[in-house]
Design a binder for this molecule. Structure first.
Ligand code: ZN
Length: 86
């Protein structure tokens, strides 16, 4: 693994808001079905979804990560781009 390929798990709403505000890199949403790569500004990267999935469900159904590059998302998560974010 390349040294610069890193992911940071997003564990609370403040962190998610900061990622969206900064609007750099990408967000990987892990899921039981697939892992999806999205831009921070994607409508599917939002506090309500995050709250339901991560906080209410205790990450059983998935969780969120911030990554720097598409390459990292593909290598670490085999994530596929959101249709609206490509
Ligand atoms: Zn999207």
């Amino acid at each position: 693994m390349e040294k610069n390929q890193e992911s940071i798990e997003i564990v609370n709403v403040d962190q998610l808001k900061a990622v969206k505000r900064e609007d750099k890199g990408y967000v990987v949403i892990k899921d039981t079905v697939r892992n999806t790569l999205r831009r921070p500004g994607c409508e599917n990267v939002n506090v309500v979804h995050f709250w339901e999935k991560v906080l209410d469900n205790g990450r059983k159904d998935g969780n969120y990560f911030r990554v720097d590059t598409v390459e990292t998302a593909r290598t670490l998560f085999k994530a596929k781009f959101c249709d609206n974010c490509q």
